[in-house]
Design a protein around this ligand. Structure first.
Ligand SMILES: Nc1ncnc2c1ncn2[C@@H]1O[C@H](COP(=O)(O)OP(=O)(O)OP(=O)(O)O)[C@@H](O)[C@H]1O
Length: 253
């Protein structure tokens, strides 16, 4: 088991990368998007990845989630080394052990809310755990909308469906990439509160990329990237403290 010793307790790591390097392109045009990042995302916690534009946040998330491969170094989901998996096994791992929430809600317009939530499980040929899905529907507050189609929902409600879908298969970790990018601040706040509640109520793990200090403040911990490197971690963040930390990245003019 992957375990990180912390003071007085042992924290399991739901996902981690070790010495992660990602280079896009070759020669003069090569970009070193990740430059030797080692970071673990503790199980049962909500972690935000922050950093200036181009610092490597999305690249880190994509490589940690098995959506993209590292140039060198290793990425693990639990104890599984993603580098050791062929395409088929990687696809199965993403399907069975990882959930995703994207900025665009990516719901199927012709399906109802209930059908969208269970779609990945239905495609996998399972049906999932009905009790778990039932409790998720309450956590996301969509019980009275189950027969609606996405077009009949607000943006915030659609993202709540996407959150329920991401957790439906009881994944080890849910990766969220700017999940509030398409929402007004009130709906965004609701979705972030929901991600936090789901982590606390279910003991699942969320890793979220954001550039918004207010969004990051919903997380238990923030990790900061700059120029493809991990430069800081902050426990119990507040929007003001995150903003102050981000200001330190700005180049004085
Ligand atoms: N497919 C790609 N091909 C070439 N370069 C890329 C590619 N994807 C990302 N990059 C480069 O890698 C670096 C890191 O990009 P990444 O998208 O991970 O940063 P980010 O912190 O998520 O940025 P943002 O906040 O603007 O979304 C940037 O310099 C970017 O231009």
């Amino acid at each position: 088991m992957t375990a990180t010793a912390t003071t007085g307790s042992v924290t399991r790591t739901a996902a981690r990368v070790v010495d992660a390097v990602k280079v896009y392109g070759t020669g003069d045009t090569a970009v070193r998007a990740l430059d030797g990042v080692t970071v673990g995302f503790p199980a049962g916690r909500f972690t935000a990845i922050m950093g200036p534009s181009g610092s490597g946040k999305s690249t880190l998330m994509h490589c940690a989630a098995g959506l993209d491969t590292l140039t060198s170094g290793s990425a693990y989901i639990g104890d599984t080394d993603l580098g050791g998996l062929d395409d088929r096994r990687l696809t199965l791992l993403r399907r069975d052990r990882v959930g995703f929430v994207f900025q665009a809600f990516n719901l199927v317009p012709t399906l109802t809310v209930a059908e969208n939530i269970t779609l990945p499980l239905d495609l996998a040929g399972g049906g999932g755990d009905p009790e778990w899905i039932d409790s998720l529907i309450d956590v996301v507050g969509l019980r009275d909308r189950l027969g609606h189609r996405p077009a009949e929902l607000s943006g915030g409600q659609q993202q709540r469906v996407a959150v329920a879908r991401a957790f439906a298969g009881r994944p080890d970790v849910v990766f969220a990439d700017e999940p509030t990018g398409n929402l007004d601040s009130r709906s965004g706040d609701e979705v972030l509160g929901l991600l936090g509640r789901t982590v606390r109520h279910t003991g699942r793990t969320v890793v979220m990329v954001t550039h918004d200090p207010v969004a990051a403040a919903h997380a238990d911990e923030v990790v900061f990237l700059a120029d493809g490197r991990l430069v800081d971690r902050m426990e119990a963040p507040t929007a003001d403290r995150v903003l102050d930390r981000m200001k330190a990245f700005e180049v004085p003019s």
